[in-house]
Design a protein around this ligand. Structure first.
Ligand SMILES: [Mg+2]
Length: 273
């Protein structure tokens, strides 16, 4: 794939309309924040455990493949959708499924054990925000603000957590457009709705919307309205280089550009704006 001026920025679709961006949408987890890094390693085994307990004779690796497929496909949507799918899988196997919300709470409790020290560390100052964001995140947010573009944050994580974690990272002030997350009444929020609201509020055409995300959903929804979608194939654990698996998935979802992180944000913004 061609890259831009000897950078790590991969141009997948060179024909996009550049130079018209007005509003910029960011996904949160994996795109900006690393606080929830490793969440898949909590969600997938929990689901595999639940399905395995039904005793269908499927092996752990078969169930892991099955669960990984739908968890990944639904990444970027609210967490509850992954739990709804789990409930359906339990029912399909003749099991007595719990309320998806119950599964979600169980998952969040387990995830909290993994990430608690990060949130507390940020609050108490033993961890710096720079260590808990995708590299260059502050630089791109600052650069976008300087250029007068309106930024929005939309996450499939529950809204109170998104508010709390964005504050802990010190990035909330950059989102003049607003910060949005999953609601208990989950039909009342979706990334597609946020995108529609942005377009409507500012009377924008698709090409005036730029979105950054590391999940399937935000890329797909951005492309659906003709926006510019930048896939952030961040390697969240190493904070360096490309996650090849994410990259492939983001390209499949329709990403126009792939970046490993925001280290080369100045070249990228010169190209796009
Ligand atoms: Mg994400």
């Amino acid at each position: 794939m061609p890259t831009l001026n000897n950078t790590h920025i991969e141009i997948i679709h060179p024909s996009i309309q550049r130079g018209q961006v007005h509003s910029v949408l960011f996904d949160f987890d994996g795109t900006l924040s690393l606080i929830r890094e490793g969440w898949q390693g909590v969600m997938v085994p929990m689901m595999v455990e639940i399905l395995q307990a039904l005793g269908t004779g499927e092996t752990e690796s078969e169930l892991t493949a099955l669960v990984t497929e739908f968890v990944d496909r639904l990444t970027g949507k609210q967490t509850i959708y992954q739990m709804i799918e789990l409930s359906a899988q339990v029912t399909d196997r003749g099991g007595q499924a719990l309320d998806p919300l119950t599964y979600k709470r169980r998952y969040l409790d387990r995830l909290w054990e993994r990430i608690e020290h990060r949130v507390i560390g940020l609050r108490e100052g033993t961890l710096t925000p720079a260590e808990m964001v995708v590299p260059g995140a502050f630089d791109i947010l600052e650069a976008l603000r300087r250029r007068g573009l309106t930024c929005y944050l939309a996450s499939g994580t529950d809204q109170p957590y998104v508010f709390d974690e964005a504050d802990a990272l010190g990035i909330s002030p950059y989102f003049a457009g607003g910060i949005f997350g999953a609601l208990d009444e989950y039909e009342r929020f979706s990334k597609a709705q946020v995108i529609q609201d942005i377009l409507r509020t500012h009377h924008l055409q698709g090409s005036q919307l730029l979105a950054f995300g590391d999940g399937f959903v935000e890329i797909e929804e951005t492309k659906r309205v003709g926006g510019i979608a930048v896939g952030v194939a961040s390697d969240e654990a190493r904070r360096q280089g490309i996650d090849d698996w994410k990259r492939d998935r983001l390209i499949q979802a329709g990403a126009d550009i792939i970046i490993p992180d925001f280290r080369e944000q100045d070249v990228l913004l010169d190209y796009l704006l």
